[in-house]
Design a binder for this molecule. Sequence first.
Ligand code: OSB
Ligand code: MG
Length: 368
Amino acid sequence: MKIDSITLHHLSMPLVSPFETSFGRETDRECVLIEIKSQGLTGYGECVATRDPGYNYETAGTAIHILRDFVSPLILGRDVKDAADFQNIVAGIRGHNLAKAGVEMALWDLLGKRENKSLRELLGGVRDKVEVGVSVGIQSSARSLVETVAGYVSQGYARIKIKIKPGRDVEDASAVRKEFPNIRLQVDANSAYSLDDFQVLKPLDALNLLLIEQPLFEDDIWDHHKMQEQFVTPICLDESIVSPRHARYAIEMNACRIINIKAGRLGGLSQAVMTHDICRDVSMPVWCGGMLETGIGRASNVALASLPNFTLPGDISASDRYYAQDITNERFVLNPDSTIDVPRGPGLGMTIDEDALKQFSLNRIEVK
Ligand code: OSB
Ligand code: MG
C-alpha cells in the first residue's frame, strides 16, 4: 500500500466518570488518532498514549513527536506491504510502542478495506462475540466502590476488575468480594508495590480472585516470579510485557500464569498476535487489556480478542461506560451474556463521526 498522506489528530475526550488508578486520575482522555490515506482509501488507527507518562513513559506528546518526526518520514510515499513490512521499516526506532502500534492499526484498517475483509478475518479470529468485563477505578471509599460495582453488575457485566494501590487494596477487594461472593473478580495494581509489600498483599490470596495484575515494577519480571511462588492466585503481567520476547522471558521465569495483551504496549497488532501464539503454545491463558479506547481502538481490541487463546474476559466495556459521545458513528453495546459483538465490516468496520472528531480535536497535524 502506497502511503499518500498521514494526519495526526490529537484528541481530548471527556469521560463519563473520572478514572483513577495507582498512577493518577483522568477526567478526560487524550489520545492520538492516526489517519492514513492510500490509493483512495482511508485507514484509522488509535495511539493509546495518554496525556501523562503514568502507565508507561509515552505520552500523546511524545507519540506526536515520534510519529511526525521519525515514523512518518520512513513511510510517506513508500509502498508498505503489510504489518511485518512496517515493523521492519521502523525497527531502528527504539521503543515508543504505543506510537508504532497506532500506525500499524491504521495499516490493518487499510488492508482490510482493500481486501474487503474484517480485521477479525485478517488476524485469524474465531469468535462472533467476545466475553468482556469492566475495569473500575479507585473510588472515594470501599463503600462507594461496592455501589459502583453493583451498578455495573446490574448492567450485565459478569467480570469485574478493580484498581488497587497502597492503602486501598485488601479492604476494597474484600468489600467487593463480600457483596458479590460468586462474581469473577480481579485486581490491578499498575506497578504500585514492591516485594516488601508481601505481607500487605497476601490476604488477597484468600479472596478467590481470577488474577492479580501487575503488582510490581513496570520493568520487572524476576520479582514477579518471586511473588508468584508465594501466591495461589495467578499473577498476570501487563506493563512488563512490552514484546513477544518479554512474554517468553516471563514464561521461562514462571513470573506469571496469565498475560494481559495490549496491542499498543506490544508495539502493534502483529506483535500482539505473536504474543498470543507464544502463550497458546504453552497453554497460558491471555485476555485483551484496554486503555479507555475510542471506538477505533475498541474495534481493534474486540477483533483481537476473537482469537482462540483469549480465554479470559477482556477489559472491553460498552462505549457508554467511557463516553457519552464517541468519535465513531458505531457504538459498542453489552449483550445480556456479558459479551460484545465483533465488527463485521471491512478493516476495523468503523466510520468516523467528523463533527465529533472536530469537537474533541486539540490539534490536527498533516505530515508532509
Ligand atoms: O492497566 O489495564 C490497565 C486504563 C488505562 C491504562 C491502563 C489500564 C487501564 C484500564 C482500563 O484498566 C481498561 C479499559 O479500557 O476499560
Ligand atoms: Mg493493567
